[in-house]
Design a protein around this ligand. Sequence first.
Ligand SMILES: CC(C)(COP(=O)(O)OP(=O)(O)OC[C@H]1O[C@@H](n2cnc3c(N)ncnc32)[C@H](O)[C@@H]1OP(=O)(O)O)[C@@H](O)C(=O)NCCC(=O)NCCS
Length: 226
Amino acid sequence: MVAQRDQEVRTAFSDFGGVRRGPSEEVFSSHKREMFNGLMKQLPEYHKNINGVMIRTATGKDIDRILELDHDVFAAAPYFEDDSYGGKEGIVKKYEHVLHRQNPIILVAEMDGKVVGFVWGYNLSDMHFKNAPALKEYIGKSDHPISYIDEMGTDQEYRGRGIATSLLESYKEIAETLGVPELILRTANPDAERLYNKEGYARFKNENGEEIHDEETGRPFLHLLL
Ligand SMILES: CC(C)(COP(=O)(O)OP(=O)(O)OC[C@H]1O[C@@H](n2cnc3c(N)ncnc32)[C@H](O)[C@@H]1OP(=O)(O)O)[C@@H](O)C(=O)NCCC(=O)NCCS
């Protein structure tokens, strides 16, 4: 059984990013898989059918597909060429981190029986954003919790059908339930910014009305007060 499961993991990752590297156990051991399963059970429960798309909390069963989709979406996007994800190991590590943060939210969009979109984020602390000191300061002084929408993506074949819009709506609903009245994100994709604007997000500005950008990448931050 374990061997079969490991084989499944290997299959799921074997072509990941076109990189063939040794056995999958190196990046996703059975032990790690169990850990992911346990942590994902603690995510806030949510499911809603929005115009034929099921938006729901991710479970341990989704992890391979999420990681695959995450890779496809971001590796394929020109704006992320500079992003060093560290291959599949990097993506697994990233998810592990998000699951250990405060109030993690991971939602998937399911259509035609498969996961075609995802969004994930967590509560910010002033440990974040060394590349944006003004934002770091804002978070440190804030009297309310702030959730950071770290990544969102839709399968290329399913874009333009409102999936990301629904994911954002659901994320907002969960944040409200968790008593989190502010959402922040950073975007590198001008098209995605149009989508965020439609959902009410605006460029984040400091007290002097100046926009706050990531000083390393130049990417702007956007936020929404609920
Ligand atoms: C941005 C992204 C999540 C949008 O997903 P989606 O499910 O197609 O979004 P929706 O259908 O809800 O909304 C479509 C809106 O997204 C924007 N958009 C961005 N890229 C788009 C694309 N390739 N195709 C269609 N719309 C796109 C447009 O503003 C569009 O609104 P419009 O149709 O009124 O012009 C998706 O294109 C994606 O995964 N891109 C690569 C990863 C990325 O940039 N993620 C955001 C990082 S900050």
